[in-house]
Design a protein around this ligand. Structure first.
Ligand code: SF4
Length: 274
């Protein structure tokens, strides 16, 4: 009688569990690979060899005592901690209420990138929570995502400071973006989204070091480290400029993103105006 290699590995795993009182682990990919291995003949000698091989496979797939591979959320945590303690821009470290790291699904297919926290984000510690953020959330929902499905971050993790007594927000300087950019690069490296969306020309400058007008930049695909990058208007621009034609441009960019992600697009979505 022949016995599949997977059965032998499972038997070996059970032996390890019984003898060491430990819970051995094997990845789904390793188990799937073993499932494809041809059956092993039932001759006693061959079986003994196969058992030994299976145990070797288990030990090589899951070296004993080795901690499991951290998931993306776990990989983001040490970056978040470094950001929380960061004082590389002393003027911003002094003026911020808190750092604003990023929010959303670490396994997201799509990652939105803005420029910097504003006053609301500085207060709440979350990007895009003010009026512009509410519009971004509306755009995300119109794409048939929940806000929790995507990942949202800024180039800068601290609110750009304002002269005392003045209100509103200012754009980050090129030097501030240059200083903070490595944190975003690390976030993107961990998340590895299928598509990046840069919101506004400042975010593009911070991410790519490239200056241009939105007329030149938006509506076509760019790339960051091999990841497709769509550039569109910042939602704050749409709040200032309520022209339906401008809103439609952003929505057309989002339809491009959905197509790139192979997401189904309904007729209603095609005809949608923000
Ligand atoms: S903006 Fe970035 S680099 Fe500058 S202090 Fe804040 S976290 Fe650090």
């Amino acid at each position: 009688m022949a016995q599949p290699a997977l059965d032998l590995v499972i038997a070996a795993l059970e032996k390890i569990r019984e003898s060491n009182n430990r819970l051995p682990r094997a990845s789904m990919r390793a188990l799937a690979q073993l499932q494809a291995v041809p059956a092993v003949p039932a001759h006693p000698l061959a079986l003994r060899t196969a058992h030994a091989t299976a145990a070797d496979v288990v030990e090589s797939v899951v070296p004993s005592g080795q901690p499991p591979t951290p998931n993306k959320a776990e990989l983001l945590e040490p970056i978040r901690e470094r950001v929380r303690a960061c004082t590389k821009c002393p003027h911003l470290a002094c003026s911020r209420t808190q750092t604003v790291f990023g929010v959303g699904n670490p396994d997201a297919d799509v990652m939105f990138i803005g420029e910097a926290p504003g006053v609301d984000e500085d207060q709440q510690g979350e990007p895009f929570v003010g009026r512009a953020g509410q519009l971004l959330t509306k755009i995300i929902k119109a794409m048939n995502f929940a806000r929790e499905d995507v990942y949202i971050a800024n180039i800068l993790k601290c609110r750009p400071d304002m002269p005392s007594g003045s209100f509103g927000n200012r754009a980050p300087t090129p030097a501030e973006m240059q200083t903070c950019r490595p944190y975003l690069v690390e976030q993107i490296d961990v998340i590895q989204p299928k598509v990046l969306v840069a919101l506004g020309a400042v975010a593009v400058e911070g991410l790519l070091g490239m200056r241009g007008t939105m007329r030149e930049l938006r509506g076509r695909w760019h790339a960051y480290n091999g990841i497709p990058l769509m550039i569109t208007y910042h939602p704050a621009y749409l709040l200032r400029n309520q022209a339906p034609s401008e809103k439609r441009k952003v929505w057309e960019d989002m339809l491009e993103v959905l197509e790139r992600l192979d997401r189904p697009i309904t007729e209603r979505q095609r005809n949608y105006f923000l």
